[in-house]
Design a binder for this molecule. Structure first.
Ligand SMILES: [Zn+2]
Length: 436
């Protein structure tokens, strides 16, 4: 179906489509439906959001879809094109057998469906556009594959993994572009960027997209648990983060990290800083818990928790100050606003930058690197891995590594700067001082 609604100066175009594909796995053939949703409002940025590749992670997909609907219909800020593909594997296909079998069958089916049937549309979106009656004339600027991961993998709940050389993407341009976008985005919502994390899906999903020149990233959109309830209210929290994520992606990251020095610009920055404060707050909780269960690293973990808590508190303050700057700008008190930026926001921003460096070097004092943890297969907690000849419980290794170490990518000699996002905010603050 297609309909057109008037939103602001543009007219919103929308179309949807369901196609069912036959997918063969081993000696069985399955019928797998895939839903496509296309929104277009004017000529702004174009992002493709892929859902359902790993059906056991469905809560993360539902939350992102809620956030997408909010963004296109209710935020008042959507300009551009947004496509969602959602692989809906019937649960009966993976309900029999052992946990291991369910896990494997559900994931393999999703990956194969994507690779054989959804990928051609991502590479040639014009064809999808003509089927749903919404003209699409160019390729996505970013392709995002949404997943969830298990808590034992580490502290960071929200991780962006740009498709790079370790996943089989041999296109340096698409990798660098995805990395830039992810870093700017991560800086304002408190997510982490990890170029070294491997997994089963990238070779089937993000890497084939990125090879064709479309920047692509996997987004670990929070946690999932097998046979266990999510913490209360977890999905509300995740949906709120996803809203900030989409907003910051379209209005900030794809704009090269610039927000205009207007009341609206500062209100958005306020909301994103608040979100970043919340994710750092969770990092504090996890580190404090880890300090109890791993007495051998107690002092290091406590120190990291203290730094993370300071970052959290500063982000809370910065968020409040951004709101005040917005109010002052609204009342036409531009000098006052500029003074607040000079005397409070910039020094705090510099302090966060310094603390982040301290945090990163603190994580290095514990002999684990993120690649040592994530390059390996998933571990049960209680497993041990050997790092520089030291045996460490995987749960601890993941706790530390997930907390924010970025491994440098040497293959393409890309310098990885975890602070690009914050630096971009800083540049914005510096620029906006020159109002008067
Ligand atoms: Zn997954």
């Amino acid at each position: 179906m297609t309909f057109t609604a008037l939103t602001g100066v543009y007219s919103m175009q929308y179309g949807e489509l369901v196609e069912t594909y036959r997918v063969t796995l081993g000696d069985k053939t399955y019928e797998v439906p895939v839903e496509y949703y296309v929104w277009k409002n004017g000529n702004g940025h174009f992002v493709w959001v892929s859902l359902g590749v790993h059906p056991l992670e469905y809560q993360a997909h539902k939350c992102m879809f809620e956030a997408v609907k909010w963004f296109v219909y209710n935020s008042g800020e959507f300009e551009g094109t947004l496509v969602v593909s959602w692989i809906k594997i019937p649960a009966e296909y993976y309900q029999s057998g052992s946990e291991e079998e369910k896990y494997r069958v559900s994931r393999d089916l999703g990956q194969l469906t994507f690779y054989n049937h959804v990928l051609p549309y991502v590479l040639h979106p014009k064809e999808l556009g003509s089927k749903v009656g919404v003209p699409i004339t160019r390729k996505p600027e970013l392709f995002l594959d949404v997943h969830a991961h298990r808590p034992s993998w580490g502290v960071s709940e929200f991780i962006l993994i740009p498709a790079g050389p370790i996943h089989g993407n041999d296109n340096p341009e698409s990798f660098q572009r995805a990395l830039q976008i992810c870093e700017v985005l991560a800086g304002v919502i408190g997510a982490r960027v990890d170029t070294q994390q491997t997994g089963t899906s990238p070779p089937w999903v993000t890497a084939p997209v990125a090879k064709h020149g479309i920047p692509a990233a996997t987004f670990e959109n929070g946690y999932y648990y097998i046979g266990q309830e999510l913490p209360p209210n977890y999905d509300n929290y995740r949906t709120e983060l996803d809203k900030a994520f989409l907003e910051a992606l379209y209005l900030y990251a794809l704009e090269g990290g610039r927000v205009p020095p207007t009341p609206e610009g500062y209100r958005k920055l306020a909301r994103w800083y608040a979100m970043a404060a919340e994710t750092w707050g969770r990092t504090v909780e996890y580190l404090s818990k880890a300090a109890e269960t791993h007495p051998e690293y107690r002092s290091e973990l406590q120190r990291l928790a203290e730094i993370a808590a300071k970052i959290r508190d500063l982000l809370v303050e910065m968020s409040e100050e951004c709101k005040r700057v917005a109010e002052l700008l609204e009342r036409g008190q531009r000098d006052e606003a500029a003074r607040l930026v000079d005397s409070e926001l910039i020094p705090e921003y510099e302090e966060v930058t310094r603390l982040y460096d301290e945090y990163i070097s603190g994580t290095k004092r514990i002999p684990v690197r993120i690649s040592d943890v994530f390059a390996s297969e998933e571990h049960e907690s209680g497993d041990y891995i050997e790092v520089f000849g030291v045996k460490l419980p995987v749960s601890l290794a993941a706790t530390i590594a997930g907390a924010g170490i970025l491994a440098a990518v040497i293959t393409f000699k890309v310098s990885v700067n975890p602070l690009v996002g914050l630096i971009a905010c800083g540049a914005l603050l510096w620029l906006s001082r020159r109002w008067s």
